[in-house]
Design a protein around this ligand. Structure first.
Ligand SMILES: [Fe+2]
Ligand SMILES: [Fe+2]
Length: 143
């Protein structure tokens, strides 16, 4: 069977998604490791859980990219750990917001190309990112 194909635009978008999944997965894990204050105790575990979820997203997207004939990037988007809990959470909330924008676009582009597998995959990942956004927004409110 001939391999699946996708547009250059979609392959590039998937690599942008991978770059940011690697970024946030390291970012959240380092925030988890570096956070020492008592106030951040509840946040600490949450950061680790979300870091692992982001790594799984990276794997899923990379698998899809490879089956579409692309090559996953190894380069993360710029990682920003932050100096204090408020700064960390504000950065993370912003990163989730950016993910939501990007993944809505990927859903739309894959729909346009008739790639329903990628479309459905990003709808699922998008739901996770919306959860992460609410988690970070909620934690910020409690600070
Ligand atoms: Fe993610
Ligand atoms: Fe996320």
């Amino acid at each position: 069977m001939k391999g699946l194909t996708a547009s250059k635009e979609l392959l590039d978008l998937l690599n942008q998604a991978i770059a940011r999944e690697i970024q946030v997965s390291v970012q959240y894990l380092w925030q988890h490791v570096q956070w020492v204050g008592v106030k951040g105790f509840a946040v600490k575990d949450e950061l680790k859980k979300i870091a692992i979820a982001e790594m799984k997203h990276a794997e899923k997207i990379a698998e899809r990219l490879v089956s579409l004939g692309g090559r996953p990037t190894t380069k993360p988007s710029p990682i920003l750990v932050g100096e204090n809990l408020k700064e960390m959470l504000e950065t993370d909330r912003k990163d989730e917001e950016a993910a939501i924008v990007l993944y809505r676009k990927i859903v739309a582009v894959s729909r346009k190309e008739g790639d329903s597998v990628t479309e459905r995959m990003f709808q699922e990942i998008l739901a996770d990112e919306e959860d992460h956004y609410s988690t970070f927004a909620g934690l910020l409110e409690d600070l």
